[in-house]
Design a protein around this ligand. Sequence first.
Ligand code: PLP
Length: 398
Amino acid sequence: MKFTDRVNKVKPSFTLEMTSRAAELKHQGFDVVNFSAGQPDFNTPDNIINAAKKAMDDGLTKYTPGSGMIELRNAVCKKVKRENDLDISSEQVLVSNGEKQSLYLACQSLFQRGDEVIIFKPYWVSFPEFVTLSDATPVLIDTSSANNFEPDISQLEAVKNNNTKGVIINSPSNPTGAVWSQEKIIEILKIAEENDWIVISDECYERLVFDGQNIISQKLADDNNIKANIITCMSMSKTYAMTGWRIGYAFGRVEIIKAMSKIQGQATSCANSIGQAASIEALTGSQVEVENMINKFKKRRDYMVKALKNIPEVSCPTPGGAFYAFPNFGYYIEKSFKEKTISNSFDLCDLFLNEGHVATIPGDGFGAPGYVRFSYAIDEKTIDEGINRVRKIIDKIK
Ligand code: PLP
């Protein structure tokens, strides 16, 4: 069977692959410690589940307007006012089947062949693929843990050319958990304004910030009188433990939202009606469970970072947000375990999985050789068990 260049070019999601390998081992009866999860381990709060049940009983089981129920788009406006201190109108909002679809649609609407889009390493695996699927070219910029994974503006100056159309930012970040400084985001917004680049700001972890208050890019732009063209993408998935419900949203200039909505209308019609009704409750109802979850994640972050730092020759910056730690295991690359060379972080993570039944995600897949992503969407006791197993393997590496 001959497939299109599009299929041949796009890479499968290797994070999903690691998760399925861990699930397979578990299915075979092994006691797997899973640090690979990209989702909260908590269940969706009851008030949200009850809203979904009520929606079904009330017959909200039909197609909704393509860009989302007006009640949900209004709820997004209320949330954005309450939490992000921004005034937006419902026309500026698009509700999608998960934020992933909003991000995909933004790239489909704004980029095409010949365009270049700047992405920072380590990147969330889907960013380069979204750009590639729009036929544009991802331009990757290195960052380092010593600088909180923030780029230097001279790096953006060095890669920019007449084809540069946009930049994708993601703070707090998956995979690093880094929360970029406001100054850095402002610098990037300014260069975007000067060069007329679109900024796609993936803010799906905006609520999961543990030290101080997070200010989203659009607010930073407004407060500093920067007129950069920003598409903000947010998700119900992480904040409300709603990954399976598949609801996310984007807001930005009306004409861009309309363009995205036009493609969505042909691709999937609308997001699911029950998930949308539940999301209204999530955004406008009690936020107590969200606060509880944030507090738990903060404790686990400290626990996880301490445990990882105890592994010899491993360094681990303290992530400011999300639920990932991103330690550097570079010291162990090119060393061997039972006579077999560990050539990269894929080999190292294979070792953790096969020898210790510990699932992690190799940094190489995020453009970060030597690093490994550990999710702490898992309780402290299990963190202990998993890190002990890793430690035992590490002790045998020569
Ligand atoms: N953006 C980032 C950085 C993510 O980590 C994820 C999910 O893992 C998403 C977007 C997608 O979120 P959603 O579940 O709303 O599609």
